[in-house]
Design a protein around this ligand. Sequence first.
Ligand code: ADP
Length: 174
Amino acid sequence: MSSTMGKIKIIKGDITTLACDAIVNAANSSLLGGGGVDGAIHYAAGPELLAECRTLHGCRTGEAKITKGYKLPSRFVIHTVGPVYFEHTPVEAEEFLTSCYENSLNLAKENGLKTIAFPLISAGVYGYPQKDAIKVAVETMKSHQNDFDEITLVLFGVREFGIAEDDYPEFVEN
Ligand code: ADP
């Protein structure tokens, strides 16, 4: 591995507590808040985040938009909209999910950001199988590794963390 390559990490925890250049939000297309990680991010960032989100006029599936982080320890939030798994064929769903990671990483790069953390997009209410979602996340992160100092995948549940320990032990940090 070349020394210019950034580090990929998989950790268990709450993404709202991380101090990175940007954390990624698994938002819905309205960008006006929801449950799961979206609710947690808005709660921790405070009402100014929602006010900025209102100016963005939503976001399409697979695309990404950036805001400030407000009360979060992270400077920015990149909002991306994952596919609802059962609204697509598995192939389409994978393309959309890959686009979420790609577009978020490209937006971070355009803004000169070097450390970024992702939740497991679409793998909660949107129903994407966790093992497959982790694979899409890690493969996309690997392909952008050279552009960042650190890319972190933050897993919230024991079950998905266990899958990552089995499938990607080289990236897991306990
Ligand atoms: P989606 O609608 O894209 O499925 P969810 O928020 O329902 O989004 O779930 C996405 C993932 O985020 C799930 O794996 C869920 O366990 C996880 N999650 C929920 N809260 C947090 C949090 N505070 N930090 C990190 N991950 C979280």
